[in-house]
Every structure is written in structure tokens, then in C-alpha cells.
Design a protein around this ligand. Structure first.
Ligand SMILES: Cc1cc2nc3c(=O)[nH]c(=O)nc-3n(C[C@H](O)[C@H](O)[C@H](O)COP(=O)(O)OP(=O)(O)OC[C@H]3O[C@@H](n4cnc5c(N)ncnc54)[C@H](O)[C@@H]3O)c2cc1C
Length: 393
């Protein structure tokens, strides 16, 4: 008999997607989230969902709702710091071919929408501390002393997952710090003249600096300034606030970067040290009745804009298998079989792109610009789409 009751730990994008899928299939689900309200990481910035994430959302009929709160990306443009175009991908025709758009949206909008769809099965302010399992079920333990028993426990509790750690008896490597920080924020910048809608801009500078931005809606622009450790050590964070440091660091960059930074409030800027988990074959995502998904299973750096997309795919695939497959062991094994190679390639690919972004010297960055001009419009685009659309579920 397929799973009757599931416990999900973590009401992030992956956990909520899995819960929605299970609920729709008639499984009794409870989601436990340690925060009393969505975290700033969830509410703070914006982000991008590529076509593959949208295809997964279509499977749960969530695509129309997500479309309503997002802005379609029609071009992905790579530039140097002086504003020179290195490559420009036409995304619109790909969306038409695939039947699913690429979009940019506020994290908070996606999170609220998924929370609403998941409904009353989400319990906020309840932190999972451990679990134990036996032949008949699995019991989750929470910080307030309560417990919850189910047929399966899904660990969707993010990069520093307690479920993952318990699954490995506390013997787990910490996430791998990638050597750079993403300073992300949303700026109030109305009008199409400074930042036009429909294009995701990806700027590569010297000295370990990058800058990504795109319009989210008629008033707001999302940005991410990515600074390598070597660049960040020069920041005078004692005497200056985050906005002033960003404005100073990017002062010589071509417009609209200084304009975007000037339009951002200091408190809106959230620096996040970027980390991932390098894929290792010897570490399964599951054991018995416990299975990991999203960042808890396979955290990746932000460079392919796929972490949330993969968490959504995980949620759709796992919930479908758990609801259909009479044998829990087979469902979980099939989930890993369908997901691991795909996600591992993304983790590795995203890490490699991040390494290119750390290049410092003018000569090396000049060579990188030439390389990007020669290959990014063609081979890199083809390779990215091949990776992105290579799924079978
Ligand atoms: C700067 C930046 C930019 C990014 N941009 C993109 C992008 O453009 N596109 C994209 O697809 N991805 C992007 N990502 C990646 C994406 O944010 C993550 O991959 C995604 O949020 C993972 O979702 P998740 O549900 O697995 O984990 P999370 O979003 O981390 O959610 C985990 C949840 O579990 C809760 N939790 C943790 N521990 C416990 C516990 N013990 N008990 C109960 N609850 C617990 C947490 O509070 C949290 O709500 C970006 C990441 C960063 C840092």
C-alpha cells in the first residue's frame, strides 16, 4: 500500500512543493517549520525560475498562479563591467518551444503562494531535533518535546539540515564554502528606462566581482552583487554601512549599476556566504523511511539559478512516487535514481561557473571576456539548455 501519512520537515520551496503534491494525491501530510514566520532569506530577495522549474510547477497546476506574480524573462544578457555585451540569449523562443517560460519573482510571493496552496497542514514555530524509525513507522522529535509519527519523513530543512545530520548519526561534512558572498536586495526603481523588463543581466567584472540584476515588476529591481573573498577583505565594514560599501565597490561600473545601488536602502541588503555540498556517491539521500530533498540533499551555488528549481522538481517527483508506488523502499530508490545524476551535474556546473567569477587579474578577465564572446552565445547556451531540460518524469 502506498504511503498514508507523511511528515515534512521545513516549509521552504522544496518541502511545500512535496506537501502540495502529497496532499493532492490524498496523503495525510503535516509540515513542520521551525520559524514562526517566513525567514528573511525566504522573503528578502528575488530570484529566477527557469523553464524546467515551470514544467514541474505545471504538473501540480501551480504554473498559472506563479505566472501571475512573476515577470517573464525573454533575454539573458552577459556583459562586462564596462557594459559591453558578451552574449545575449533569446529565451522567448525557447519558452515557446518548451511550453514553459523562465520567470523572475520575489521569493516572498512564491513562498506565500505555496504556503497558501499547502493550507492548514503547515505547523509554524516547531523545530525538528531528531527522529527514530522502526519497521512500522518513523517518529519526528521536536524542540518543544512533542512528537509526530508517520509512514515517511521528508527532510526538506535546507543546507544545514538536522534531518540529514541525524540520518548520518551526526557524521556529516559541513557545507563547502565557495569563497564568495552574494549581497542581495530589491531596489525601488520605477520606470523602464534604467532597467528594462524582460532581461536578466549577468555582469562579469575584474577583481572577483560580478553583478546580476533584473526587473521584477514596474516598481522593483532585484540584484545580487557577488564579491569574492579577495574583494571582500578590502571592504571597510566597521566604518561604512553595506550600501555605502557596495556603492564604492561598484562606483566605476557602467550605468545602471551605480543607479541601482543608489536606489537601494541599506537595510534591504542581505549578504549571504555561498556554499554547496559536493556530490559524493557514498552518501545516499535516504535511509529506510527518511528521505532528503532540496538543499538538504544537494545544496548548490547560485550560478545556474537552479537550487529552487531542483527543490521543486524533487518535490514533484518524490510526492508522485510516494503516492503511487505501493512499496516505500522502491519509491525512494526510484527517486534517487531519477534525481541524483541530474542534480549532481548541476552542483558541479554551478561550482565551476563560480570559480570563473573569482578571477582577479585584468589579463585573465580579458581572456574570459573573449571566451564568453566566442562561446557563450552558442555552446554555453546549448549546454545549459541540455542540462536544464534533461529530465524524465
Ligand atoms: C543569493 C541566492 C540566490 C539564489 N538564486 C536562485 C535562483 O535565482 N533560482 C533558483 O532556483 N535558486 C536560487 N537560489 C537557491 C535557492 O534559494 C535554494 O536552493 C532553495 O531555497 C532551496 O529550497 P529548500 O526548500 O530545499 O530549502 P530552504 O529554502 O532553505 O528551506 C528550508 C526550510 O526548512 C526550515 N528548517 C530548517 N531546519 C529546520 C528544523 N530543524 N525544523 C523545522 N524546520 C527547519 C527553514 O527555516 C526553511 O524554511 C539562490 C540562493 C541564494 C543564496
Amino acid at each position: 500500500m502506498p504511503v498514508q501519512k507523511a511528515v515534512v520537515i521545513g516549509a521552504g520551496i522544496g518541502g511545500l512543493t512535496a506537501a502540495i503534491g502529497l496532499r493532492r494525491a490524498g496523503v495525510d501530510v503535516k509540515v513542520f517549520e521551525r520559524r514562526t514566520e517566513p525567514s528573511r532569506l525566504l522573503t528578502g530577495g528575488g530570484f529566477m525560475l527557469w523553464h524546467n522549474a515551470f514544467v514541474a510547477l505545471q504538473k501540480l497546476d501551480l504554473d498559472d498562479r506563479v505566472s501571475k506574480v512573476s515577470s517573464e524573462i525573454l533575454h539573458h544578457e552577459f556583459r562586462s563591467a564596462n557594459g559591453r555585451t558578451l552574449a545575449r540569449w533569446a529565451i522567448g523562443p525557447e519558452a515557446a518551444r518548451i511550453g514553459a517560460p523562465a520567470v523572475a519573482l520575489r521569493r516572498s510571493d512564491l513562498n506565500s503562494l505555496l504556503l497558501e496552496e499547502a493550507g492548514d497542514c503547515v505547523v509554524m514555530g516547531t523545530q525538528c531535533t531528531s527522529f527514530e524509525q522502526d519497521a512500522d513507522g518513523v517518529t519526528a522529535h521536536f524542540a518543544d518535546g512533542s512528537t509526530e509519527r508517520a509512514d515517511v519523513l521528508i527532510g526538506a530543512d535546507g543546507m544545514r539540515s538536522a534531518v540529514r545530520s541525524t540520518l548520518r548519526n551526526g557524521h556529516d561534512l559541513p557545507p563547502r564554502y565557495a569563497g564568495y558572498t552574494a549581497w542581495q536586495a530589491i531596489a525601488e526603481l520605477p520606470g523602464e528606462d534604467v532597467v528594462p523588463s524582460g532581461t536578466f543581466f549577468n555582469l562579469w567584472g575584474k577583481g572577483g566581482l560580478r553583478f546580476l540584476y533584473c526587473r521584477l515588476n514596474e516598481n522593483e529591481v532585484y540584484w545580487d552583487a557577488i564579491t569574492s573573498d579577495e574583494a571582500s577583505t578590502a571592504f571597510d565594514m566597521f566604518r561604512k554601512n553595506k550600501r555605502d560599501v557596495m556603492c564604492e565597490t561598484y562606483a566605476s561600473w557602467q550605468d545602471p549599476i551605480p543607479q541601482i545601488l543608489a536606489a537601494t536602502g541599506n537595510d534591504a541588503i542581505l549578504p549571504i556566504d555561498i556554499a554547496d555540498r559536493p556530490p559524493t556517491r557514498d552518501r545516499a539521500w535516504s535511509h529506510g523511511r527518511v528521505v532528503l530533498l532540496g538543499d538538504a540533499a544537494h545544496a548548490m551555488t547560485l550560478n545556474l539559478s537552479q537550487g529552487a528549481g531542483q527543490a521543486i522538481e524533487d518535490g514533484v517527483v518524490l510526492s508522485g512516487l510516494l503516492a503511487r508506488e505501493p512499496d516505500l523502499g522502491r519509491a525512494v530508490a526510484r527517486y534517487e535514481e531519477l534525481r541524483r545524476d541530474r542534480v549532481d551535474s548541476m552542483v558541479r556546473g554551478a561550482y565551476r561557473i563560480g570559480e570563473l567569477g573569482k578571477w582577479k587579474s585584468g589579463v585573465a578577465c580579458g581572456a574570459r571576456d573573449l571566451f564568453m564572446r566566442a562561446f557563450f552565445g552558442t555552446f554555453a547556451k546549448k549546454g545549459t539548455y541540455r542540462l536544464m531540460m534533461n529530465f524524465d518524469y
